[in-house]
Design a protein around this ligand. Structure first.
Ligand code: DPN
Ligand code: ZN
Length: 313
């Protein structure tokens, strides 16, 4: 915001310049008391998913650890973040004789002693392109990160986004990252939010329940949108948040369901199909662009942005 208005002032007339200065000062005042998160464009999220799908198609049909589609996915996300002004790092690790990669993106500014992290896994299984699992979380995180940049967010906390490698082989990348931090660095991370499968075709609205305060940020958000939620029971050890919670870091996150089958009650509240899996293409070849529910992807991406804005302010 500061950078952009400086350019506008330099190129405008004296009158326009003074008006812009007033507008800039007002916007600055508003942003200091927790501005609301922007509405995240689901079309943009779908655009990132199309790119990830094309990457899989061009690389043997998947984006799995050790396969060329994984590194190409990292390059795509990193390119967008670098262009937007993030400080990115690719952390390498070895798994099963192949190099794995975590992509870490820091938004400059905020208190380095108080870090909010949000992440999800970027790898797929070898069976398919991994569009819901976990292109959805990866694309939602990317679009929210780009919104942080285009909104020139100046959070009081330091914001860090992460895309993990080799989750599908046992949360290898996220575990490697947490292990690579010394105690002081680990201690600075006040919370980690995980997004793994947020666009399931027969969606449930599940909120991680490990930490009450983080859970409430999401449940309040959905309540305000008249979307009923359920605690994400049984997901505790099943994705990249596990490494963080094992290290004593508070975790939260969202999930729209995997191989589990939707009950009658759930179908009634979420207008879904009872007796069918939340994601019938889970870990299958058919986890492609058709394997998404746009409404769930949209609502969860907006909830992700809301949590990032609220928790980092
Ligand atoms: N860990 C997920 C997968 O990548 O297969 C499934 C999952 C995601 C399970 C989130 C629980 C919560
Ligand atoms: Zn998976």
């Amino acid at each position: 915001m500061k950078r952009r208005s400086a350019i506008a002032v330099a190129t405008g007339t004296a009158l326009a310049a003074s008006l812009l200065t007033v507008a800039g000062a007002q916007a600055g005042e508003q942003s200091s008391d927790a501005a609301a998160a922007p509405d995240i464009s689901v079309e943009n999220v779908q655009g990132h998913l199309k790119e990830l799908d094309s990457i899989a198609q061009a690389n043997g049909g998947n984006r799995a650890h050790g396969e060329p589609g994984y590194k190409a996915s990292v390059d795509y996300v990193k390119g967008k973040l670098d262009e937007a002004g993030f400080e990115t790092q690719v952390q390498e690790f070895d798994e099963g004789g192949a190099t794995g990669y975590n992509l870490i993106a820091d938004w400059p500014g905020g208190s380095g002693d108080d870090v909010l992290m949000a992440g999800g896994h970027l790898d797929s299984v070898t069976e398919g392109a991994g569009i819901n699992d976990n292109g959805s979380g990866s694309a939602g995180l990317l679009e929210v990160a780009l919104a942080v940049a285009s909104g020139d967010l100046e959070p009081s906390k330091h914001l860090r986004f992460a895309w993990w490698g080799a989750e599908e082989l046992g949360m290898v990348g996220s575990t490697h990252y947490v292990d690579s931090l010394d105690e002081a660095e680990r201690g600075k991370i006040g919370g980690y939010l995980n997004f793994d499968m947020i666009g399931s075709p027969n969606p449930g609205y599940f909120v991680y329940q490990e930490d009450q305060a983080l859970e409430k940020v999401f449940t309040d958000y959905f309540a305000g949108k008249n979307i009923e939620t359920e605690p994400a029971e049984g997901t505790e050890g099943r994705s990249d948040h596990a490494a963080f919670s094992d290290a004593g870091i508070p975790v939260g996150g969202l999930f729209t369901g995997a191989e589990g089958v939707m009950t009658e009650d759930q179908a009634a509240k979420w207008n879904g199909t009872a007796g069918e899996a939340f994601d019938k293409c889970y870990h299958s070849q058919c986890d492609g662009m058709d394997n998404l529910n746009t409404e769930a992807l949209d609502a969860n991406s907006d909830a992700l942005a809301h949590a990032v804005w609220e928790l980092s302010s």
